[in-house]
Design a protein around this ligand. Structure first.
Ligand SMILES: Nc1ncnc2c1ncn2[C@@H]1O[C@H](COP(=O)(O)OP(=O)(O)OP(=O)(O)O)[C@@H](O)[C@H]1O
Ligand SMILES: O=C(O)C1=C[C@@H](O)[C@@H](O)[C@H](O)C1
Ligand SMILES: [Mg+2]
Length: 166
């Protein structure tokens, strides 16, 4: 089975992806890391040098590549992956899509931790927890129609277990 984890930045895709992949002994990938490792450039540099459209096309290219190469995997997608180039339809056809949907206040608290804000360039202009929460709410409003196409939505963000995936 292929499991695709979806959700806003800081929603817990990497957190749960790591836990579930070790429990299920499954291949685990993070799409942002796959892009960075293959392109030899950070996501923020790619955004700066080539622009968002170029990045979104890379995202779709590596998503397809992983799907073609692995019948079984857990993939943490990028926060925007489901919203571009028909990626959501592709993931729904090729595996189980799981929307991690913690309360926005909790999501914001996680992103606001310095170690998390620093590695998420999208939040670099945020100067307070309130700024982070506003940006997350805006992203959520723009993206919810895609996220809600997921086969499974997990709200019980503190207690998700492998059995939730089945
Ligand atoms: N259920 C949870 N309980 C406590 N801490 C959590 C939980 N889920 C995630 N975290 C913490 O919140 C932070 C953000 O989570 P994580 O990195 O998994 O988000 P993400 O969805 O992968 O974000 P991104 O899209 O930016 O990669 C991390 O420090 C992580 O350890
Ligand atoms: O939410 C988004 O649009 C993004 C999230 C990150 O995971 C990266 O994929 C990139 O910074 C874009
Ligand atoms: Mg992550």
């Amino acid at each position: 089975m292929r499991y695709f984890l979806l959700g806003l930045p800081g929603s817990g895709k990497s957190h749960w992806g790591n836990i579930w992949s070790s429990t299920l002994k499954s291949n685990y990938f993070d799409l942002d890391e796959v892009i960075e490792n293959n392109e030899g450039e950070s996501i923020s540099d790619l955004f700066k040098s080539e622009g968002e459209e170029y990045f979104r096309n890379l995202e779709t290219f590596y998503l397809n590549k992983l799907i073609n190469n692995y019948k079984s995997l857990i993939l943490s997608t990028g926060g925007g992956t489901p919203c571009f180039n028909g990626n959501m339809d592709l993931m729904n056809k090729q595996g189980l899509t799981i929307f991690l949907n913690p309360p926005v206040e909790e999501n914001a608290k996680r992103v606001w931790k310095p170690e998390n804000t620093n590695r998420r360039p999208m939040f670099s202009d945020c100067n307070s927890l309130e700024d982070v929460q506003k940006l997350l709410s805006k992203l959520r409003n723009n993206r919810i129609t895609y996220y809600q196409q997921a086969a499974v939505e997990l709200k019980d963000w503190n207690k998700n277990t492998v059995s939730d995936l089945k």
